[in-house]
Design a protein around this ligand. Structure first.
Ligand code: Q9C
Ligand code: ZN
Length: 395
């Protein structure tokens, strides 16, 4: 498997409110370090460590504007420095929100507070998404991995001729995104997420796909896509991907399917009744939530997974994008399923054997048991690759 990594994703370090305690965020650089180390030790994969250039970073930000408002992205980029200049935070500390958007009858429209301190609450929905000195560097590096994963899957190369090589198109690629992406909305960070990497992969595939390529330039992207490409998103993180669901809820060309802990974070979304807009809207039924009771066994999980995969097959997408989280692991501090390391091999095999032909981008989301993350991922990839090679059974 081609695995994309950028060392700049290790720079973001922050704190979170967990229970009643402010602690170093469980979403830590050690997660990626552990994964990369295990990948290297296994020497079974094509690990590509890249560094986003200034051009790459600018392009990723432009493409992210299809999902996020410009003022939100500006805020995430600049808030730490503003707080620092106003003496609201020290260099080694993090920006954390105080007061969130408050619904009220007098003001139906929200607007950003003038006060620098107050604005942090306008652009966030929880207290697990702090912003520190280097967060923006990592956020954009993570986003760029999602963009580059898309480029590898395109039938022929995207923005530069140097990478044009129609023969080397891989069937699958994994991006070691950090921070993750599936919780943040168009203008609110949350659940350790700042830019929706999944949406970015889809935006990139749409934007640089061959028919569109002739009339659009990488330096001046615009998003009035007329492309009828179809995308299936399979979200396997323990938590419901509320941000991804929201992004594509009314889009008939994007199917979102998620298996997640029932009544768990982010608490207000993920119900099975959230199926998209009402018929006859063409996006009706294109959102499929499969909540699973906490404490569920791998057997119960597999039942849901088979249901999810049937739906994805029915949709006949052009691309598959997987939100892959390992917080489904039985020891995970934030997850509550009874899934063990060897189960991930079966999970990877099951997904890929149901969808062997679909070009697939796999993006990392959560997973917080540092010393098992690498093994869990390697198992998932082993199962996936066995299926991709068309072998019937696991070795
Ligand atoms: N008591 C991802 O896995 N805090 N985000 C939850 C539960 C936030 C998880 C607290 C969890 C965010 C990408
Ligand atoms: Zn998660």
């Amino acid at each position: 498997m081609i695995i994309l990594h950028d060392e700049d994703t290790l720079l973001h370090e922050t704190v979170e409110l967990l229970g009643s305690k402010l602690i170093p965020a469980l979403e830590s650089p050690a997660r990626i370090k552990a994964i990369v180390q295990r990948i290297k030790e296994s020497s079974k994969h094509d690990l590509r460590t890249i560094t986003a250039s200034e051009d790459d970073r600018a392009t990723a930000i432009e493409l992210a504007k299809a999902t996020h408002s410009t003022d939100y992205l500006d805020h995430i980029r600049s808030v730490f420095k503003q707080w620092l200049e106003e003496g609201l935070v020290e260099e080694h500390e993090s920006v954390l929100p105080e007061c969130f958007r408050l619904q009220n009858s007098a003001n139906t429209k929200f607007k950003p507070p003038k006060d620098t301190f107050a604005r942090a609450g306008y652009y966030a929905f929880d207290m697990s998404t702090g912003i520190s000195q280097n967060s923006w560097t990592s956020i954009v590096a993570s986003a760029n991995l999602a963009v580059q994963a898309a480029h590898l899957l395109l039938p022929y190369a995207g923005p530069t001729d140097a990478t044009a090589d129609g023969t080397s198109r891989p069937k699958s690629v994994l991006a070691l995104c950090r921070p993750p992406g599936h919780h943040c909305t168009g203008s609110q960070a949350g659940g350790y997420c700042y830019i929706n990497n999944i949406a970015l992969t889809i935006t990139t595939l749409r934007h640089f796909s061959p028919p569109a390529k002739k009339t659009r330039r990488a330096s001046n992207p615009h998003f009035s896509s007329t492309s009828k490409l179809k995308f299936a998103i399979l979200d396997l993180d323990f938590h419901h991907g509320n941000g991804t669901q929201e992004q594509f809820y009314n889009d008939p060309n994007v199917l979102y399917v998620s298996i997640h802990g029932e009544d768990e974070f982010p608490y207000y979304t993920g119900g099975a009744h959230e199926t998209g807009p009402a018929a006859p809207d063409p996006a009706a039924g294109m959102n499929v939530n499969l909540p699973l009771a906490t404490g569920s066994s791998f057997g119960a999980y597999m039942e849901k997974l088979k249901e999810a995969l049937q739906t994805v097959r029915w949709f006949t997408a052009d691309y598959l994008v997987v939100s892959l989280g390992f917080d489904t692991y039985h020891l995970d501090p934030l997850g509550k399923f009874d899934i063990h390391t060897e189960n991930y091999k079966v999970m990877g095999w099951q997904v890929r054997s149901a969808l062997t032909e679909l070009p697939a981008a796999i993006l990392l989301e959560g997973g917080y048991v540092i010393d098992q993350l690498g093994d869990n991922l390697l198992n998932f990839l082993q199962g996936w690759e066995v299926a991709e090679k068309g072998l019937d059974s696991l070795p």
